[in-house]
Design a protein. Structure first.
Length: 226
């Protein structure tokens, strides 16, 4: 009887000891820091694009060289346009990842971008606005923060709706419906690319360093030497 009592007490003591050990391990284990959706979203946005020479070396399929020459499921070139600033640079992607910033590159410096530089302009769900769909990726231009990104098209997303405000020169202001601000670019750059931001629409503030006027021009095509 005493032996049975002793074994029972030993079993209870062992269970309690193991339980304490497990509890201590759980207490000492560091908790992983959770990030909200906004923080994770912003981590995908890189505000500094590479130069065209380094862009071609980015790892991961598909490369821009392949994108420029690969067949596309989208419509032909006659359904698309390029969006050109007064400095001759066009709005384009520099990364094929969703939610990446849009920038402006001169056509000569972005030949390997191919169809990433062309856009389709179409009526939005609300009809009185427009949206821009990229020829190569099929993603849409979208206002975000102080800049412009490209993301999966969503007809109900007002950030992807824009107004075209005509000017007497034939150029247009491109105004974000959700933010009520216009696409703005620095017309002079020494880096080979130009920033694209959102700023208050104001035709009196147009300067060589601050422009908001764009031309809807024919799509950029690959040129072959004779």
């Amino acid at each position: 009887m005493r032996k049975l009592t002793y074994l029972t007490s030993l079993a209870i003591f062992t269970s309690a000891l193991l339980g304490c050990s497990c509890s201590c391990e759980k207490t000492q284990k560091p908790q992983e820091e959770k990030k909200d959706d906004q923080a994770l979203f912003e981590e995908t946005l890189n505000p500094t694009p590479p130069l065209p020479t380094s862009l071609l070396k980015l790892p991961g399929p598909p490369t821009l060289n392949l994108l420029a020459t690969s067949p596309s499921n989208t419509a032909e070139f006659n359904d698309f346009i390029s969006i050109m600033g007064q400095n001759g640079a066009v709005i384009t992607m520099w990364s094929v990842d969703r939610r990446s910033w849009l920038w402006m590159y001169p056509p000569l410096n972005s030949q390997d971008f191919g169809k990433l530089r062309n856009w389709r302009i179409e009526r939005s769900l609300r009809q009185e606005h427009f949206r821009f769909t990229n020829q190569q990726m099929g993603s849409c231009m979208q206002a975000y923060g102080n800049g412009v990104i490209q993301d999966s098209c969503d007809p109900n997303n007002l950030d992807q709706d824009f107004e075209l405000l005509p000017t007497s020169t034939g150029a247009v202001f491109i105004k974000s419906v959700s933010q009520q601000r216009c696409l703005t670019y620095n017309a002079v750059s020494t880096t080979g690319y130009f920033t694209l931001t959102l700023d208050r629409c104001d035709d009196k503030r147009i300067t060589p360093l601050h422009d908001q006027t764009f031309y809807l021009t024919p799509p950029l095509l690959s040129a072959n030497p004779l």
